[in-house]
Design a protein around this ligand. Structure first.
Ligand code: TRP
Length: 456
């Protein structure tokens, strides 16, 4: 008996829902990716675009996903099958499963690196390094060490997911999320109060519109989708575990605001400290992982009490990564469990192992497989770019079209109003955004993106 609403696991409390969903949203996307893409795309101007996308696209898509999952009480794939039987809409769910593979494969590589750096911070090794670029490239181009950490990440992720929704995911995130937010606040306050940090704060918030072009807009949308965990069914899956009396709009808004707040705090942790302590010109940084794994460790070494800050920083990156990896794995596990009628245990083992195999290729694309490129990108680069900028935006597009045009106004309103028991003037407005504005905006950006990336 699997897949029936009555025997499904669920979240136990409202705070649990927020913790798990915010746990999914807040991750490497906020702390590793956001400061990086912000610095490369015009600082404050990018930030404004980003916030705009979170509000007009992010929250409506989150709500669309929640409403699909909670209505169907199924995994991302099964939800489309149930709400639109005998139509090809299940393909959207399938795209989501594929995206989960792509994301988790490269994400677990970076999560592994954060574990290594946590280890290097605690063991004191990081303090003795004088060439950080060399330190990072020696490590990341290796084989055994990066793979060891990646396997550990997948193992911990698998154990939490195996424990289930209430006893695994909810329990884990309820403890970790508050700790995480406090630690980020702590490091951000330290960073902005350093001498010379104000330059960095100014850089972050003063918009420079001269560098904004279509690609910037696309990157902002892709980043918003990635950071909010939308576009691939994570929130459909989590939505299917949310109680019927949960106020979905309020939950989505709280999660989106928390996620954006943490992204901004992360930039405040990273960028001002770099301005204060190093002679690197932030806008000249080459794209890639260097910011967090090369520049920042130098900053920590130059900072009084830097060991502590570096241990806290990499510790919180590791934890933030884990609360996200579990949400991606759960998409695949829920699908295997309900569609193939496997036990949670078997589904978790199969999903973890197959994703790890792809993940190994991503990790090795910095070392052994460095020369192997597709569309001019390494396997890692391709998985990163394709998942965030193509698959997620395309997924988000199909999801809003589904809710706006297939599920329709009355079903959507019934779901988000908890069968009419709560009212809000925003409900109708949001539906119109989902039906008209979001598809046009995401559609234009998605199509343009095919041209930019040279695929068409
Ligand atoms: N949002 C997470 C981050 O910012 C990553 C993530 C988790 C994700 N689940 C997702 C991204 C689903 C896209 C879709 O790090």
């Amino acid at each position: 008996m699997t897949g029936l609403p009555t025997d499904r696991d669920s979240f136990g409390s409202k705070f649990g829902v927020i913790a798990a969903t915010a746990g999914s949203a807040v991750g490497l996307g906020n702390i590793w990716r956001f400061p990086l893409v912000t610095t490369q795309n015009g600082g404050g101007a990018f930030l404004l675009l980003y916030i705009g996308f979170v509000l007009i696209i992010g929250i409506p898509v989150m709500l669309s996903e929640f409403s699909i999952g909670r209505r169907a009480q199924q995994n991302a794939f099964g939800s489309f099958k149930k709400l639109a039987p005998k139509t090809p809409w299940f393909m959207v769910g399938f795209l989501g499963i594929l995206t989960a593979f792509a994301i988790l494969a490269f994400y677990s590589t970076v999560a592994g690196w954060t574990f290594e750096y946590l280890f290097q911070s605690i063991s004191g090794k990081l303090l003795t390094v004088d060439n950080m670029e060399e330190n990072f490239s020696d490590f990341s181009t290796g084989t055994v060490r990066p793979l060891f950490w990646q396997l550990l990440v997948m193992l911990i992720t698998g154990v939490v997911v195996y424990a289930g929704i209430k006893k695994g995911i909810e329990k884990f995130t309820k403890i970790l999320m508050p700790v995480l937010v406090l630690l980020i606040l702590f490091v951000a306050v330290r960073s902005v109060t350093l001498e010379g940090a104000m330059e960095g704060v100014r850089y972050l918030f003063l918009p420079d519109w001269s560098v904004v072009n279509f690609k910037t807009v696309l990157m902002a949308l892709g980043q918003a989708a990635f950071s909010l965990s939308i576009g691939m069914g994570t929130l459909i899956t989590y939505g299917s575990y949310i109680q019927k009396d949960n106020h979905l709009l309020s939950t989505s808004t709280q999660v989106a605001l928390t996620d954006t707040f943490v992204a901004i705090l992360s930039s405040l942790m990273v960028i001002p400290a770099i301005f204060a302590f190093s002679d690197v010109v932030v806008s000249d940084l080459s794209p890639g992982p260097g910011l967090v794994f090369e520049v920042l460790p130098n900053v920590f070494n130059a900072m009084p009490g830097g060991v502590i800050f570096s241990a806290i920083f990499f510790g919180l990156l590791s934890l933030a990564a884990l609360t996200s990896t579990i949400s991606v794995l759960e998409v695949v596990v829920a699908w295997l469990k309900e569609e193939l009628r496997l036990t949670r245990k078997a589904a978790t083992i199969i999903a973890s192992i197959s994703i790890t195999l792809l993940g190994i290729l991503a990790t090795l694309s910095f070392g052994e497989l460095r020369e192997f490129t597709i569309f001019g990108k390494t396997i890692f680069g391709l998985l990163d770019y394709a998942s965030a900028n193509i698959m997620l935006t395309f997924g988000a597009l199909l999801i809003v079209i589904f809710v706006g045009w297939k599920m329709g106004e009355s079903d959507f309103l019934e779901e988000i109003s908890n069968r009419g028991t709560i009212q809000s003037v925003f409900f109708k407005i949001i539906f119109y955004i989902i039906r008209y504005i979001a598809p046009v905006a995401i559609g234009i950006i998605t199509i343009a993106n095919f041209f930019i990336s040279g695929i068409v």
